[in-house]
Design a binder for this molecule. Structure first.
Ligand code: FO1
Length: 320
């Protein structure tokens, strides 16, 4: 079994390639849940759903999140009532949140509900929420006035993740980030076994601070990864200092990390022995080796599933 630490869009693309190299039933994804939120009373798990929809072949290729061929009747009606419509929940996507919310209210755990949803979508990989305890990413804006000008009601507040990411379009600088609840959080059901038993451990090309950071903020997960450091292969999501999608590059810089494959390597070096970096960053390879990691240079930009498949092969070879 291959166990992969996973965020949303980048991870889902990588996993779609990985299941072309090994049987989907041999893949376990430990998925970030620190972006999860309750909105309109619904339990929303964006990264789990992004992985599920892409592996089901139902993803929306324009957005990277949500479902293809979506309609927006409910959001339109909600907006007309003056309800919160900044976080766009499509009509079909809403069914996922209704199902999850109902099952959680019946006492099922998030891991169980996730297994049910993946099975209903015919997705054969095993997706494990990193934790069933609430771990939530929160960010402090650098310029309160900037936030106040964009969304007055967020003025002076520490931002919940989706307020930062979606409501403010990750366009405001931040001075700090924390994973609220991580100190006391236990790994989700099956996570420790999946990390312990895996033949190979992979870190998907996901945001180091927003997607991978929360997973390794759970102490038992960090300890197990460190113990298996030799077997951990990570893919840099930064190419030539830039993120393919999302705020990883400027967020790294704002929080005092170099915005480059080397900056990612410094974050991962305590618990990962191998980094895969893009050809555009070949000049970084020596520096990455000097922080104590092996470095493999390959094309990492997943333009399509063929490129993702190639990258998955490189990553699996790098682990041997
Ligand atoms: N991202 C957006 O940029 N705007 C949205 O309105 C939005 C809605 C949304 C609904 C369901 C879902 O599962 C994801 C959604 N996302 C949206 C994506 C999501 O907030 C982020 O991509 C992740 O949390 C970051 O990995």
């Amino acid at each position: 079994v291959i166990t992969a630490l996973s965020g949303g869009v980048g991870a889902s693309k990588f996993l779609a390639g990985l299941v072309r190299v090994v049987p989907a039933s041999d893949v376990t994804a430990v998925v970030n849940t620190a972006d999860d939120m309750v909105l309109h009373g619904l339990s929303i798990s964006p990264d789990l759903d992004t992985v599920m929809y892409r592996l089901a072949g139902r993803d929306n290729p324009e957005t990277g999140w949500g479902l293809a061929g979506e309609s927006w009747t409910v959001m339109g009606a909600l907006g007309a009532l003056g309800g919160a419509s900044w976080f766009a929940l499509g009509d079909k996507d809403l069914a996922t949140h209704l199902y999850r919310t109902q099952r959680l209210s019946e006492g099922a755990g998030l891991a169980q509900v996730t297994a049910e949803l993946f099975a209903a979508h015919g997705v054969a990989i095993r997706a494990l929420p990193m934790s069933e305890d609430a771990v939530r990413t929160r960010l402090t804006p650098a310029e309160p006035a900037e936030v106040a000008a964009l969304v007055p009601e967020l003025a002076g507040k520490e931002l919940a993740f989706q307020e930062y990411f979606v409501r403010l379009h990750h366009a405001v600088a931040v001075t700090s980030l924390r994973y609220a609840g991580a100190t006391d959080a236990r790994p989700g059901p099956g996570v420790i076994e999946a990390l312990h038993d895996a033949a190979a451990l992979v870190v998907c090309p996901s945001n180091p601070l927003l997607s991978i950071g929360p997973i390794v903020a759970i102490r038992e997960i960090a300890e197990l990864l460190a113990a298996r450091r030799e077997d951990v292969v990570a893919v840099s999501p930064l190419v030539a200092g830039a993120a393919i999608k999302g705020p990883a590059d400027h967020l790294m810089a704002e929080l005092g990390h170099e915005s480059s494959a080397l900056g990612v390597a410094r974050l991962y070096a305590p618990w990962a022995a191998t980094m895969v970096i893009d050809e555009a960053d070949a000049a970084c390879a020596r520096d990455i080796e000097s922080v104590g990691m092996r470095c493999v240079v390959a094309p990492t930009v997943m333009h399509d599933v063929t490129a993702a498949t190639h990258l998955a092969r490189v990553v699996l070879d790098a682990g041997h």
